[in-house]
Ligand binder design. Structure first.
Ligand code: GDP
Length: 293
């Protein structure tokens, strides 16, 4: 059976029990274990490097406590640092009304499903949301959003004859802004990879609707690619929050740390299943535990 990180660090720091302070030298073996654990959780290697530096800065010179093993002590420092990093920033939704939310992300990340999950959650919070189908490339995406809208009794705006997502958003803004919605969720198209045409389109939609929130929807199994995805979308449309999907799968979720580090945007929600109720507020402590394994 695989040893957990606490056991591995305890072993790596076995000679430290009851003596002195944590130092760069006496922690080297343990930090190598931490590095392996984070890489094993698919955190991007540059993010790992940065994180290890932070942990070093936090630990060097700390007295080794008598009450816990040095391994436990280091795990606590790492855990707290991870929670701190993952949890920094406001996780509440913008108070601006109507609350316009632009959903962006790669194809298959869970954007359409998450749009409907969010609409359901806002409805539960007493709001009156609607959904706008801006994925003009996949007719099935419009069908999917309409079917989801029916399930949760939320109006879906679509225009199958229109092949410009920007025009759909424009028409919605003209026609529906008087309809009394206090939340509007724009589901946009994704690609399997970042694509300049797609990026240009979401920039145009963003400029037009001026959303209070721009959510990057990212699959928790994205792995190393998470850094590029977060960087590109953030540079293009300044994301205000992240929804990490498919956390019910077995991904260790290192993507969470990579995305947060690169974009600085808080992870606001976690997708934990295919059903429309399977959206949780993000818990940094659970995520830290999962990454550390
Ligand atoms: P889009 O292409 O980004 O709009 O992705 P979809 O919303 O169509 O989702 C792609 C697939 O992922 C669908 O089969 C969804 O049911 C599934 N999915 C989305 N979110 C989750 C989640 O949190 N957990 C699981 N298990 N599946 C999800």
């Amino acid at each position: 059976m695989l040893e957990n990180l606490t056991e591995r660090l305890t072993k790596a720091l076995r000679n430290l029990r009851g003596v002195g302070k944590l130092s760069e030298e006496n922690m080297a073996e343990a930090l190598a274990e931490v590095r392996q654990a984070l890489l094993g959780a698919d955190v991007h290697f540059k993010v790992v490097r940065e994180f290890i530096e932070r942990v070093k800065a936090e630990s060097v010179g700390k007295e080794v406590l008598q009450s816990v093993t040095p391994g436990q002590q280091l795990v606590k420092i790492i855990h707290d640092e991870l929670v701190n990093l993952l949890g920094g920033g406001a996780t509440e939704l913008s108070p601006i009304r109507p609350l316009k939310i632009l959903m962006v992300g790669l194809h298959g990340s869970g954007k359409t499903t998450t749009s409907a999950k969010l609409a359901k959650l806002l409805k539960k919070r007493g709001m009156n949301p609607c959904l706008v189908a801006c994925d003009v490339y996949r007719p099935a995406a419009i069908d999917q959003l309409e079917a989801l809208g029916r399930q949760i009794d939320v109006k879906v705006y679509s225009d199958r004859g229109e092949n410009s997502a920007v025009k759909i958003a424009k028409r919605f803004e003209r026609q529906a802004s008087e309809d009394g919605y206090d939340a509007v969720i724009f589901d946009t198209a994704g690609r399997l990879q970042i694509d300049e045409g797609l990026i240009k389109e979401i920039i145009d939609i963003k400029d037009l609707v001026n959303p209070a929130e721009v959510f990057l929807v990212a699959d928790s199994a994205l792995g190393q690619e998470a850094v590029n995805v977060a960087k590109h979308f953030n540079e293009a449309v300044s994301i205000t929050g992240v929804v990490l999907t498919k956390l019910d799968g077995d991904a260790r979720g290192g993507a969470a740390l990579s995305i947060k580090t690169v974009s600085g945007a808080p992870i606001k929600f976690a997708g934990v299943g295919e059903k429309l109720d399977d959206l949780d507020v993000f818990h940094p402590d659970r995520m830290a535990q999962r990454i550390l394994g």
